[in-house]
Design a protein. Sequence first.
Length: 262
Amino acid sequence: MKTGSKEIKRRARMALTGNYVPAVSMTLSLALFSAALTLLLDSSGLYPSTRPLNQVLYWVLYIITLLLNALFETGLIRFLYSLCRKEPLRERGLLFYAFRNQSDTFILTYAFRYLVTLIWFVPALYFYMRIPLVIDPANIPADLFRNAGLALLLALAALIPAVLFALPYCLAVYVLLDDPDLSPVQALRTSRKLMRGNHGRVFLLWLGYLPLFLLGLGSLGIGFLWIRPYFHTAMGQVYLELKGQTASTTQKTDAENFWESA
């Protein structure tokens, strides 16, 4: 990928011009759905329970919630990707695209991506779960600060390997949107191939969004209604460029092979 982060972001903004209303409205619908699922899960009372079975059930339901959110987000990404291709979609039920088209493929693809990312946070999660949800100021557990400190330090330490292992597979969803008949393994392999030699550039692009993400947190999440589609559109531009580069390389190799055999 020869194009710099600044140009990729400019292309993303250009693609979104005139399409902010549907992009933001779809992002808002996705956020409301995610919030509703989270509230239902938290109101189940499974997490505060000291019974191991209830805690296991909570995390199973949490993973299912993540995958459901991912399926809806695929619909949002598909719409934003259509803007990158200058072929904006105008159909109903865009957010439900992944539920109607190879949902099992998308689920397995996202499941693998979550696995290679979240597995690094397991040690931090272990100490986090040892922190009681309700703390009596008059009876503070002796290991409270130790567990909280270790959870924070381990989570920070997990960020680097989590990002490094997430980078090769960050384009798998775009690959599936281009060719829904691919298997999850094929989509992940194609993404890894496209990302070969481009990890640093994409990482710098992600890093460039860090101030915006902090701004989104500071706005109590409201800013993400714009930041989220902006980021996905930029990744769509990255995919289009890397896909074009691969096609050009393949064509050049075929031409060279022809003249060598002539």
